[in-house]
Each structure stands twice: as structure tokens, then as C-alpha cells.
Design a protein around this ligand. Sequence first.
Ligand code: FES
Length: 381
Amino acid sequence: MNVTTNTIRLNHQTVTFNHSERFIEGWYWLIPSHKVRNSQVKAVSILGRELVIYRGQNGKLACFDAYCPHMGAHLAKGKVEENGLRCCFHHWKFNSNGTCTEIPYLGKNIPIQLKNWHVAEKYGMVWIWTGDTPKQSLPLIPELEHETGNILSRKRNQNNESNWISYAYGDYFEVSCHPHIVMIHAIDSHHFNTNNKLSLELILNKKQINENVIVFSNISRSREDYFWGKLIHYFYKSVITYSICSWYGSTTIVTLGPDFLHFYIIFTLRLNAEGETEGCSLFVTKKRRGLFGWILNKFILWLTKMIDNYSSIYQSQIFEHINFNLKTPIKADHAILQFINYVEKQKTRSWGSWVIFEDTSRRVKKEEEKNMWSSKGEGTD
Ligand code: FES
């Protein structure tokens, strides 16, 4: 990617960004936690794959491919027995690892294994890792984890989060464009500075936290050439926080507000069969104690929802009709190009099969680079 003073160019065609048949490997939202209670089983369809999820009597979740390996009955029609799942058709039983532990009337077991998937809970949501072994943390709000080092820690995620955060669910929504296009809305400083008529001129700085997480943070203060900007600046001198933390190119955490009060909105999106977006939002705040704290938590979550509603109304007007094509990027589109570049570096899987997608042109380029370096190495030995 080239960056010049006034213009920026993309040097390549995108392989993953805005592609309707591919998605980034990572954690994706599956179902709100309260919809899978103990001993309940549910069918879920995500990224072209049919799954079944249940919660055992011990409260632990298990998630498998949906169809029984015997004759294809949908396992969501089955029954949770203790901590296992029994198929409705011929009553084969599977444990929480997906191993078949009982075949009635056969008198012995045969080695049958369901494909199971890693699931975990955070912010009142069940998340699924779309690869083999989770390599990174669940999406989380860095600031609420107290220190940046916790971003890579899975230990914290296992603690009881209800002791230290409050959250509320937003609405499920669908948008007629790819999730990546919805995501760049949050970092499109150009449109914030024009359409939204904010008294804040956004200038976003990028920071890559790890290979899957990228953060864009505002570094500018409120403008003084607007009435509201002047008023804000009179009472509040510091930079207004506007920070976007993107996980796996599909979950965006927006942190917004002055130093003394930050609002947290999580937009988490998935690619549907039409190559468009299905998503939901979550609102999170630090838990405050006592009756006053409880009221304040509720008020802040309500206010966060109002901010989200305003953003959603505006967003729907643009994205219902967009035919995204960044033909003429300018310097103000810098963050968008950085986001595209970040998406292109992610591990990609195919929609439906979840098989790893490997771009042969990228592989050939990598091999050429490797050969170049090894031949240089031979010369210096
Ligand atoms: S189809 Fe499930 S046990 Fe036969």
C-alpha cells in the first residue's frame, strides 16, 4: 500500500475484504447465553454451517455439527441427558466431547465422533471459534480488562464477569451489504467530519495489538469553530475518546466519551447466505455497587443504547444502497485502507465449508520471498 501526501492507492485486488464467500477465522457470536439454559438444546446456523448447541445439567456448553452421524437426524430434535445429548431417532447418545457413548440394542459401542467446536461465553453471549483450536482471546474491551496485557489472557475470560461488568442486549439486525463495509463506517473519519456535523474533527491513529486485533484512536480535540465545540472546549480541554477496536474483522468495540465517562458499544457481525450482514449489538459498562450504582448502570446502558440507535438510523440509510468501490481514496480514507490491509492479512476460511482458503498468488509470492532470502543466505555463508 502506498501513502502519499494527498492520495493513497491500493496495490492489489482484495482476497478477503468484502468477499461474499470467505470470512476470517476467529470468534463469532453464536446465540445469547440466556437462550440456552441448562438441559436445553438449540439449532444454530452460522456462516453457512448448521450447528447444534446444548447446555448440560452442569451448566457447561457443547457445540457440534448438527446432523447425527448415524442417519442424519437433526440433533436439535434430541434430548439433553445429564451432560450428554441423545439423538431423537435411534437414541444414540453423545458426551460433551462429541464421542458416542451409547448405542441402544447394539450391546457395544463403535468409535463414532461428532465434529465439536470450541464455544465460550462473554458479555452475555455465546461465541464460537471457527477453527480447530482457539489461538486468540474472545473479543473484549481492552480498557475494562484493566491492563493491555490481559488482552491475550484467556484466564480472565473464565472468571465470573457479572462481578465486574453490567451489559444489555441491543437488537438483532440485518444490513444489505458485506459486514466489512458496515465495519468501516466506524473508522470513516471523512464522513464523521462532514455528514454527522460533529463538533469533533476525527483524526485516527492505528495501533495493531496482535495479528487479529487492530485499534484506531482519535487524537484530536473538539473544534472551536462550532458553537457546541466551543462550549465543550470551555468545560473540557482533553481529547474526546473515540476508539475502535476490531477483532477478526467482524466484531468492533466502540469506546466513546470524555475521560470521566466512557460508553462501550460492541457491534458483532456475520456474513449471511446473501453475502450481506446479520449482527447484533451489546452495551457494556463497569459494574457499580449499591442501589445508586445499580440505577447508574441502568442509566448508562440506556444512554449507550440511544447512541447506538442514532448511529443505526444513519447507517441504514447509507448501507441499504451502497455499491462499495473505493476508486478514489484520499488521505482522509487512510484508516479505511489500513483496515482493508489488516483484513487481507488474516487467516481466511470459506463460507459454508469452513475450509481454510489459501490464495495461491499470495503463496507463490511468499515462496519467492523465501527463496530470495535463502539464496541471499547461501551467498553470505
Ligand atoms: S439418526 Fe441419530 S441415532 Fe439414528
